[in-house]
Write a protein that binds this ligand. Structure first.
Ligand SMILES: NC(=O)c1ccc[n+]([C@@H]2O[C@H](COP(=O)([O-])OP(=O)(O)OC[C@H]3O[C@@H](n4cnc5c(N)ncnc54)[C@H](OP(=O)(O)O)[C@@H]3O)[C@@H](O)[C@H]2O)c1
Length: 319
């Protein structure tokens, strides 16, 4: 594993981190959940990413990881970076989502109970709340650290301007913002185009980018139809109509470039997000152990040549 420094902090994160958004809910096989985390850790993936609402049902992924911590990682708490977040809908009524201090602290206490932990390593505001003063949200993150509930804080899905403002507020409070978690992959490049990566670099933060495989679209998963055990079949966050002929034409060209590099498309997609110095870690998801092994093996490939990068750009812009 390669460990990258997260911005201008003291914290090193693995170049590949594992997220528990999918495949860790109440209906998922406990043996597979445990196998995914154990194999990831054995391959040097020290960072596991959660949120209050991961499941289904919401909260069940944290409960599952709490059991894994107890049963599989008991001796390893100090080898692990565990994150959680609050921002999206978690419970009914006016205090169960967005960015108030009330919600952020109550949700963190619930997360800690589900995880069976006294503190998490990173606590995030999961989304920017345009209706709550940013000072209130950032003060809640600062309080999470000062009260011993979290070691570091971060923001996720924040636009560039709010990223600058959040970083300044947190710096003034004495709890620097460690990290930003935006979505970024070859098909979804907003952080590059809308100034988020520039803001992250300017503020001395690191970026951990989620869905580097575009939920599996940037792999061979859908090349021959939609498998019955795939995320597109579940149809909740990835719809089957996203597997379009246009997309498949594009991914076939990308697969050709990857093959010439000696990689699978999934491996090239992971390596591609990591080409930017601002990206500390690629935050993958997995339903099978082999998917984690494939992603980690991507790190052994050589850096991109200028002509490979140009060929990728041409494919992305021309189809
Ligand atoms: N901050 C936020 O708002 C936010 C939002 C979304 C996600 N996240 C975080 O980011 C993490 C990763 O997101 P993601 O799951 O969308 O990431 P992803 O890596 O883009 O997609 C993972 C999915 O791709 C498929 N896949 C993975 N490796 C493969 C391979 N080698 N070959 C073929 N298919 C492969 C699998 O789909 P199948 O299940 O079909 O096998 C897997 O579940 C989440 O768990 C969460 O921690 C954060």
């Amino acid at each position: 594993m390669i460990y990258n420094r997260c911005g201008r902090s003291g914290l090193l994160l693995p170049a590949i981190s594992l997220g528990l958004w999918h495949n860790f809910g109440g209906d998922a096989d406990p043996a597979n959940k445990s196998a995914l985390c154990r194999r990831a850790f054995d391959l040097g993936i020290t960072h596991f990413d959660l949120a209050n609402n991961y499941g289904p049902p919401p909260g069940s992924a944290e409960e599952a990881f709490g059991a894994i911590l107890k049963n599989d990682f008991k001796a390893h708490r100090d080898h692990l970076i565990i994150s959680t977040k609050a921002g999206y809908h978690m419970w009914d009524g006016p205090y169960g989502e967005w960015g108030s201090r009330k919600y952020l602290i109550a949700s963190l206490d619930q997360s800690l109970r589900r995880l069976g932990l006294p503190y998490v390593d990173i606590y995030y505001s999961h989304r920017f709340d345009p209706d709550t003063p940013l000072e209130e949200t950032m003060r809640a993150l600062d309080f999470a650290v000062r009260s011993g509930r979290a070691l570091y804080v971060g923001i996720s899905n924040y636009p560039a301007e709010a990223t600058h403002r959040a970083a300044k507020i947190l710096r003034d409070l004495g709890t620097p913002s460690l990290i930003h978690q935006p979505r970024y992959n070859m098909l979804q490049r907003e952080p590059e185009r809308e100034g988020v990566f520039d803001a992250v670099a300017d503020e001395g933060m690191g970026a951990i980018v989620f869905s580097p495989l575009a939920q599996g679209l940037l792999s061979n998963r859908y090349m021959n139809g939609i498998p019955s055990d795939s995320r597109a079949t579940l149809g909740q966050f990835l719809k089957s109509d996203q597997v379009s002929d246009t997309l498949l034409a594009k991914t076939r060209v990308l697969q050709g470039i990857a093959t010439r590099r000696g990689q699978s498309l999934a491996q090239m997609a992971v390596r591609w997000v990591l080409r930017l110095p601002v990206v500390t870690s690629a935050l993958i998801g997995a339903s099978k152990v082999v998917q984690i092994e494939e992603a980690v093996a991507a790190l052994a490939a050589p850096a991109f040549t200028e002509s490979e990068l140009a060929a990728i750009e041409e494919c992305l812009s021309s189809h």
